[in-house]
Structure formats: structure tokens, C-alpha cells
Design a protein around this ligand. Structure first.
Ligand SMILES: C[S@@+](CC[C@H](N)C(=O)[O-])C[C@H]1O[C@@H](n2cnc3c(N)ncnc32)[C@H](O)[C@@H]1O
Length: 493
């Protein structure tokens, strides 16, 4: 069935009753834990392929939370008596009254909308096949941004393209004065409902990108703008399509966002960037954002184009029928026509320096360094320190990143053979293994568990029998490059 229809409505309902509904669903078990069961089934496959197995697993469990997950998350009709047994009559009636659930044939109920647990929140959104104005359910990429929102916030936070309000509501739940903007009236209707459902208050504004907040400033801006490529002949789907290249809208936002950042403010933008051979995501962003901001691009390889084409086509047509096949072909042909070879999945972090005269940094960083706000903040502080002028960098103390081991390798049969040096980390560490030039290995050893950069220069000058001035350049380059790649951190971090 094609989903859609009116957004949920709180009209005539006491807001306290909606909060009680949220609590009732939570008490019945509808929280993030259910995803540990369902999202490991066929992980990585497109949803229509794995959903039969997810449904089977939930039916086999047969408990209250499985009934709710089947109905509200996985678009599966359930017996009305099972819903009533799971959450009681009052909550069941309210789900029907606000338009989330509708009675169907044979004593069953169906969900018209999707209700997803997201941390402390419940978020009503559309099923993805609800047409060109579908409102996006929070997903993995939303969680990635959510992890980067500080646990406690006192300032103003802006969520651009808020959709059903997910990130703005999360920021509000963590203490922020939150504003959510969206170009879609339908999205804002969902966001408003979700604010009531979660007993939170957010300021919701309609309009294109930053237009609704022109002249205002925020300590934190978060956004997951639409970033799917739009083939010319395909109709525009507001939550997905970000322009011909896909990243057009996101880059327009990146270029303008410094206007709404407070001094010291940070913008976190999540989107995919298609890249031509030889092009890097970091250079691409730096070229559009101008000199006002520092740039750190946290990158991981994106899905290949065939997989992307299939995933996007499946959002349009989850039946995987003729429409799916035609759209998959259109996406593939479009990617081929763009002349790009790969897409990078990026989180772009833009910082407006607190001191307007401070130098700006530009860094490309592996995405796994980006676990939470504290890790991000530490990395930004280190990047700020390492981009200072030479005297500034000589005055900082650095150390090797946690868990770094210096490994020396030599061919087994090469008694006098060349040695190779590596900085190695445990699997899953925030920094990846890196081969080092011999001089870098020597400097890494000097830095060890913590050293003033000026002292590293003096020791290195002694070692090579040079004046400190001559030893400074290679040491400063070593510090700057390796702070950027995370091998070195500030000693007090
Ligand atoms: C990928 S969804 C993200 C939803 C939600 N923020 C999240 O992270 O789950 C992108 C959102 O941007 C909105 N959008 C699309 N074009 C926009 C524009 N020009 N200005 C503001 N919002 C826009 C869409 O309506 C949609 O809600």
C-alpha cells in the first residue's frame, strides 16, 4: 500500500494525554532496544529485502513491544485486540484519534504513519513511500548527528531541515533553546505534533535553508539536508533530493552558515559528496565556504553508486516492482553522466573562531574519530592549536594519541634491509594505522607521552647537530600534519 495522508493531529487532544501516550508506549517497551533485535537482521540490505525476516522475528516473539514495532515501525497490520492488550484502550484510542493508526478489515489496525523511538523521544514521521512530500523518519545518519549534540546545552541550537523535528527536539531535551526550520509545511506539522507528544518546546519556522533565521545567531547548527542526486526526469522528493550533483543544497548551506554562527559557534552538516578523480571532500568544502570559518571534514567511504541507486529506488517503490527497476536505472544513468567515481559520506564541521583574528584550519579526518561531542571538541581544540603561527605551535605540549604503538618492520630475509616504521593502534581506535617516515618515527618517540614542541625542536637539533632554527621546520610540519590526522593530541587532553 502507498502510505501518506494527513499529518498527525493534536487538535482537541489535551497535550498531557499525548505525553501520557508517549510514556505508555515507552512502558510497553517501544524504545531503542527493539532495534537491537530488528536492525541486526539482514543489516546492510535494503529494507524491502530484509523486512519479511524482521516481521517473522517479531511475530515469533509475540510480546507487547513486538506488536507495537510491527504496527508502528514496520508498517504491518496487527489485530486490534493485540494493540489493546499491549497498551490499553486509552492509548489505542488516542493512536487512532490523532491519525497514527486506522482500523482496517478483519479486526486489524494499520499504521498510516511511522512512530520511531529515538533516544528519549518518540518521533512520528512518514513511511518512506508516502510520496514527494514524505517526512523522513530518523535513521542511522540522524543518530550520527545526534551523538554529536552535547549532553547538556545552554545556548541556542538551530536544526536546518528539521523534518519531523528530531534533532531540534533532542537539543531541546538537552536544555537548548532550539529552532527548527524546514521548507516543507508537512514536515513542520509533524515536528509540531512531535513536540507535543514529547512534552517539549521548539521554535518551528517555514522557509528555505537559513532564510527563516536571517540576522540571528546560534552556538550550534545541525543539519542533515537532502543529499540524493536528482535525475532530470525524476520528480523532486523534498526530503531526498539535494540537486543534480546531490550535494548542491548542502554546499549552499555550508557556504552561508557562518552568517548565523556566534563567535566560537560550530556547524555540523551531514551529507554525501560525489567526488571526481583527484578531488578531495576537504578541498571541495574549503572552496565553497570562504575564509570566515575553519573546516574539518570527517569522512568515510560512501556506498558505491549501484548500491546507492538501488537503495534510493527502493525508497520510491518498496514493492521492488517496475517503478523500482525504472528508477534504479535512472539513478545509475545519472551517476554515470555526472562523471564522478565515488561518493564520500561526510560530516562537515565548520567553526567560526571565537577570536576573529585567529587563523583558520582546514583538515580531513577519518570519520571514526567522531564518536561524540567531547571527542569532537578535543579534536577541534587541537586543530586550533596546531594552526597557530610557529611561535604559537612551539609553545604547545603534545603527546602521541591514546594506545599508539611505534612498530618497526623489516623483511625477514633482509638482514641489512630497509626498516619501515608504523604508528599502530588497536582495532576500532579513533586513529588508523599510519606508515611513518624514519624522521617522523624519531620525532614520535621524542614526543612520547608528552613534550613541549620547543623542547622537541631543541632535542632534535642536538641529535642532528643543527641549529634549533634549522630543526624547527621539520618538527613544526610533523606536529601540524599529525595533529590533523589525530596521531598527536594536546598533552593535557
Ligand atoms: C534528509 S531530511 C532530514 C530530516 C531530519 N533533520 C533528520 O536528520 O532525520 C532533509 C530535510 O530537509 C528539508 N529540506 C529540503 N529542502 C530544504 C530547503 N531548501 N530548506 C530547508 N529545508 C529543506 C526536507 O523537507 C527534510 O525535512
Amino acid at each position: 500500500m502507498q502510505h501518506g495522508g494527513p499529518p498527525p493531529s493534536a487538535a482537541g487532544i489535551d497535550p498531557a494525554d499525548l505525553v501520557a501516550l508517549r510514556d505508555r508506549l515507552g512502558h510497553a517497551g517501544l524504545d531503542d532496544h527493539i532495534f537491537r533485535v530488528t536492525e541486526t537482521i539482514g543489516a546492510g540490505m535494503i529494507d524491502p529485502l530484509r523486512l519479511p525476516l524482521v516481521r517473522q522475528a517479531l511475530r515469533a516473539r509475540g510480546d507487547a513491544v513486538s506488536t507495537l514495532a510491527l504496527l508502528l515501525v514496520y508498517a504491518t497490520p496487527v489485530a486490534e485486540k493485540d494493540l489493546r492488550a499491549a497498551v490499553g484502550d486509552a492509548a489505542s484510542d488516542l493512536l487512532i484519534r490523532c491519525g497514527i493508526v486506522a482500523p482496517a478489515e478483519d479486526g486489524e489496525v494499520v499504521s498510516r504513519l511511522r512512530v520511531t523511538p529515538f533516544g528519549p523521544l518518540l518521533i512520528a514521521a512518514d513511511h518512506p513511500d508516502a510520496g514527494p512530500e514524505a517526512v523522513m523518519t530518523p535513521g542511522g545518519t540522524t543518530s550520527l548527528l545526534a551523538n554529536l549534540i552535547p549532553d547538556e546545552i545552554s545556548g541556542r541550537v538551530l536544526d536546518v531541515g528539521t523534518g519531523p523535528g528530531t534533532l531540534a527536539l533532542l537539543a531541546a531535551a538537552r536544555g537548548a533553546d532550539a529552532v527548527g526550520t524546514d521548507v516543507s509545511e508537512r514536515a513542520l506539522a509533524f515536528a509540531s505534533f512531535n513536540a507535543t507528544l514529547n512534552g517539549l518546546s521548539v521554535d518551528l519556522r517555514l522557509g528555505d535553508l537559513l532564510a527563516p533565521v536571517a540576522g540571528e545567531q546560534f552556538a550550534l547548527v545541525v543539519s542533515q539536508p537532502p543529499y540524493v542526486v536528482q535525475p532530470q526526469e525524476m520528480e523532486h522528493v523534498t526530503f531526498m533530493h539535494g540537486g543534480t550533483r546531490g550535494d548542491d543544497l548542502a554546499l549552499a548551506l555550508a557556504a552561508a552558515v557562518s552568517d548565523v554562527l556566534t563567535p566560537g559557534g560550530v556547524a555540523l552538516l551531514k551529507f554525501d559528496m560525489p567526488l571526481a578523480d583527484g578531488e578531495t571532500a576537504t578541498e571541495h568544502v574549503r572552496a565553497v565556504v570562504g575564509p570566515a570559518v575553519s573546516v574539518a571534514v570527517f569522512e568515510q567511504p560512501g556506498a558505491g553508486f549501484h548500491l546507492q541507486a538501488v537503495s534510493y529506488a527502493a525508497l520510491h517503490d518498496p514493492t521492488l516492482g517496475a517503478d523500482f527497476a525504472e528508477r534504479a536505472r535512472m539513478y545509475c544513468a545519472h551517476f554515470a553522466g555526472l562523471g564522478v567515481r565515488r561518493a564520500a559520506a561526510t560530516t562537515v564541521v565548520l567553526v567560526r573562531p571565537a577570536d576573529a583574528a585567529a587563523p583558520r584550519f582546514t583538515a580531513g579526518v577519518a570519520a571514526r574519530a567522531l564518536s561524540d561531542w567531547d571527542a569532537l571538541r578535543r579534536r577541534l581544540t587541537a586543530l586550533e592549536a596546531a594552526v597557530q603561527d610557529d611561535d604559537g605551535v612551539l609553545g604547545i605540549r603534545v603527546r602521541a594519541a591514546e594506545g599508539c604503538r611505534l612498530a618497526v618492520e623489516r623483511e625477514v630475509d633482509g638482514a641489512d634491509g630497509e626498516r619501515r616504521y608504523f604508528a599502530r593502534f588497536e582495532p576500532g581506535a579513533a586513529v588508523s594505522d599510519t606508515e611513518l617516515a624514519p624522521i617522523e618515527a624519531a620525532l614520535l618517540q621524542r614526543v612520547g607521552g608528552g613534550a613541549l614542541v620547543a623542547d622537541v625542536v631543541a632535542g632534535f637539533a642536538d641529535e642532528i647537530g643543527a641549529e634549533p632554527a634549522a630543526a624547527a621546520e621539520p618538527v613544526l610540519n610533523f606536529v601540524r600534519e599529525n595533529v590533523a590526522r589525530g596521531l598527536l593530541v594536546l598533552a593535557d587532553q
